[in-house]
Design a protein around this ligand. Sequence first.
Ligand code: ZN
Ligand code: ZN
Length: 694
Amino acid sequence: MSGRFADPFAAPYFPRALAAAAALRQAPALGRIGGYETVAELAPTVYLGRRADGQLFVLKGSAATTAAELARREDEALRLIRHGFGGVLTVEEVLGVPGGPVQHLCLPYCPGGSLRDRLAGKDISVEELAYHGLALACALHQLHRHGLVHGDVKPENVLFAHGDEGFAGREPRWRTVLADLETMVPAGGRTSVRLTAAYAAPEQLAGAAADPAMDVWAWGRILREGLDLVEGWDWLDELAGQALAEQPGARPDAEAIIANFGRHLGFGTTTGPQLGADRPLVWYPLGTLPDLLDSWPRRAGVATIRQSVGWLAWLPECHRLYELGTVPALLRIEELSTRALREAELARAAALGFTCLWVKALVELVEKTGDTADLHRLLVAAQEWERVGEFEHEPDAAVLAQAWLMLDNPERALPHLNRGYTADREHPSGRAALRLHHLLAGDFELAAQIAAQPGRDEDEGMHTRWLLLMLGDLLAAGEHAELARLLDRIGPSNIDLIALIGCVLAGRRGPVTADARWRGLREHFRTISSGTSLKKLALLTEAAFQRGEYDYAASRADLARRRKVTRLPVNHLERAALEAVALQRDPADRALTARLTNRAELWVADGRPADPLLRLDLVTAHRWAEHLPPVARELLAFSGTPAAPMLASTRLCGDCGGAEPLGELAICGRCHRTWCAGCADQVCRCGGEVTRPH
Ligand SMILES: [Zn+2]
Ligand SMILES: [Zn+2]
């Protein structure tokens, strides 16, 4: 019998499901959660929500009453954010509603329902069943590879999503995805108390430690259930039987299951198969492949196919993922680029292109998560690039500079910064790196100047992004008159960040009250989502503090301080302001002693976690040590002494512009400006006190 081409989503069920979803988009609103109208209650505390643009989402809410519960929920959200990609359902955003510690998880709505619906309909074909089985195995492979066990694999958790996956311009398509990571635990750990007996492996029911083989058993049960409904294939029946072996060690792992599929099925076009088995029983459209690309075995010796859907296709895919910019997309770039870089026959230019994207994605990832594991990833990538020591394009050197700056290592960044910025002063990478350099040095005025420089070939969105950065930097620099002039010129704006900056500026320039403009902003930020930037949270906190709303300010500060990104060196200014408000102190007081005392008190209250001082703070604090209160001196002792290479690295004098070693420059304890011995005054023009080398 020769094989045939089959679309796994050909059943009339799927277009019918899309029509039903279209009707739901028009349904009347029942209520409101955050920026979403609820249009149906799917289950207790699970709602169907409609966003302003008409898109449907699932909102899962639960009242968390303690800080520990809240932290657990945030952890769960983070796991979803990290693993929800390539066949695993992601979380769209996390909503925290001020006034009550309630969190909602916002998930994509899957209009195709679940595999349970397909099995209940009894019209599933063996081709369709096999496809969902393969997709599920690939999703499990993704989790198992990271040492995770799903723990509750069942037909209800295999969903059918439909859409463009956030890639503008991509044709919407159906995808089979694994949902519900609530029960997910690390392999070797205790399994979740929640399980579904009909799909739980015998050892799981007996309470054994979590193991990927448990998920494989559940996979076998699902396949067996489906095979009872169709005229089956012997090899698939046999495979399901192996997955249901009594002994966990006798079951195939996800990779072996996928390889087995690869010996019988394929992917291709109507004219013939291109990937997979030599003579496949069935081949599916290539368009249904991409999520599985990673795990799908390639036919040996077919060089042209390797090039069209192999690593060469990954480069544009990585660029698209970078545009998408979500955490799973960025992690996916790391996965694809590191795998491509292991290809022996990868051309030099392509390898450098992948390396650049890899580092770029990780810089962005660290900015988003602030996670220690991600910082380590970035360190590995930066070291690897430095080892190669080449750049596809000269301006790319600035990307490596950004990496070292994010890693708080300006000494290593400097040569790359010079190289990249010299090659092209208008290149966004060079500008971003130089601005980052100034932010870390505390020189917000220079950062604002870089942001204000005209860029080349900028579209509207890019232009606005740089404008917002510049306004933020001017506020940070305390350039209030210049900022006021610019805000006047911009006029009323519907960009919330501009309104926030205006509010804080007013509060910095004189006493303010909770006027209509502020009340409007407060209402606008009624819901804080995971997408609300740290910058906005810090400004919101300061604006509230300025208007005497201390409890509101303190709760915003708590929310912001729990984010790991708050600890990144680049966010040192925001962090200092948030720490002041958490202690009900003035966030605008940026004197070194105030800043260090706040940090030290919170550090002691948190049980002295490993969190050394930022480099320039450390140098300045050492010179200022005798003026510091005991609690700040304790933090200083904990943070150690400034490293010799740091003191030997050069900085520019703020007055004459001459370069000198940091160890011989005077530093302002407030704004971190530096001066040579000849230019240093007693007081900095920011009002801060200047410390000199001993
Ligand atoms: Zn000087
Ligand atoms: Zn100063």
